[in-house]
Design a protein around this ligand. Structure first.
Ligand SMILES: Nc1ncnc2c1ncn2[C@@H]1O[C@H](COP(=O)(O)OP(=O)(O)OP(=O)(O)O)[C@@H](O)[C@H]1O
Ligand SMILES: [Mg+2]
Length: 235
C-alpha cells in the first residue's frame, strides 16, 4: 500500500487548470521527487495534497484514508511534515524556539527530537540561541526542515529546498534530505533543480505545464536527455 497516493488529481484556479489528471505515489520510507520548471504546477500539487487548495477532480489518500476535501490541520496531523517554499522561519524566535514550534504530541520527547535534528543539522545546534532573522539562507532552509522533523513525520514534504541557495549549500541541504530518507522517513521533494533532486531520490516524476510527462527510477531519469534538456538548458 502506498503511503501517499494521488489519483487523477486536477487543480484549477478560477476554472483554469494548473494541474491536470495527475497521479503519483510515495511508498512508506521511499524518497520521491517531483521536478518541473517555473509554473509547472509543483506547488499546486503539494497544496492539493495538503488541503491548501481544493481539488477539482481525482482523489488523494494518505495511509489508505481519503484526505481530499479534509482540513489541512487534520491532514498534517496524520503524520506529514512540511517544509514550505520560501523557508518560512519565525524571524523573531531563536533557532531553538523555532524548533519547539514543530514539536507535537505523540512525536516522542522534545529532547529526542532535538537530538535527532541537531544530528541531521549540526549547524542548528551551534546556532540554537541565534534569532531566526540572523540566519543565512541555507541555515534558514535547514531550520525549516528541522522544524518539520520535530513532529516525527511519516512523510516529509519539501517545496524547492534549493531555491536561492548556492550550489554547495544546496548540496548540504540535500545530503540532510538523503539522511532523513535513509533513516526511514518517506520524502516527497519538489524541485526545479532536477539534477540535485534526482541524485537524492529513488524515483522521480516530471511535470510540464500541469501534466505529468515522465516518471521512473531517478537513475534512469538522470541519464534521460529529455529530462536534462527540459531544465535550465542543461545537457
Ligand atoms: N492562487 C493562485 N491563483 C491563480 N493561479 C495560480 C495560483 N497559484 C498558482 N497559480 C498558477 O498555477 C500554475 C502553477 O503554479 P505552481 O505555483 O503550482 O507552479 P510551480 O511548479 O510550483 O512553480 P514554481 O517553480 O515557480 O514555484 C501557474 O500558472 C500559476 O500562475
Ligand atoms: Mg512552486
Amino acid at each position: 500500500m502506498s503511503l501517499l497516493q494521488l489519483d487523477g488529481v486536477t487543480v484549477a484556479y478560477r476554472g483554469v487548470p494548473a494541474v491536470r489528471n495527475l497521479s503519483l505515489t510515495v511508498a512508506e520510507g521511499e524518497t520521491v521527487c517531483l521536478i518541473g520548471s517555473n509554473g509547472a504546477g509543483k506547488s499546486s500539487t503539494l497544496k492539493a495534497a495538503l488541503g491548501l487548495v481544493p481539488v477539482a477532480g481525482g482523489s488523494i489518500h494518505f495511509m489508505g484514508r481519503a484526505i481530499h476535501g479534509q482540513r489541512t490541520e487534520s491532514i498534517v496531523g496524520m503524520g506529514i511534515g512540511v517544509a514550505p517554499e520560501g523557508r518560512r522561519v519565525f524571524p523573531g524566535l531563536t533557532v531553538l524556539e523555532n524548533l519547539k514550534v514543530g514539536h507535537r504530541a505523540g512525536a516522542g520527547t522534545l529532547r529526542e527530537r532535538l537530538d535527532e535534528v541537531y544530528e541531521l543539522f549540526p549547524k542548528l545546534a551551534q546556532r540554537k540561541s541565534q534569532m531566526g532573522w540572523s540566519l543565512s539562507g541555507g541555515e534558514q532552509q535547514m531550520l525549516t526542515i528541522g522544524r518539520a522533523m520535530m513532529g516525527k513525520p511519516r512523510l516529509l514534504i519539501l517545496d524547492e529546498p534549493s531555491l536561492g541557495l548556492a550550489p554547495l549549500v544546496s548540496a548540504d541541504v540535500f545530503r540532510a534530505i538523503a539522511a532523513i530518507g535513509a533513516r526511514g522517513t518517506a520524502v516527497l521533494v519538489v524541485e526545479q533543480n532536477a539534477k540535485i533532486a534526482l541524485s537524492a531520490s529513488a524515483r522521480g516524476y516530471v511535470l510540464e505545464t500541469g501534466s505529468m510527462v515522465l516518471e521512473g527510477e531517478s537513475a534512469v531519469l538522470e541519464s534521460d536527455p529529455k529530462v536534462m534538456s527540459a531544465f535550465l538548458g542543461e545537457a
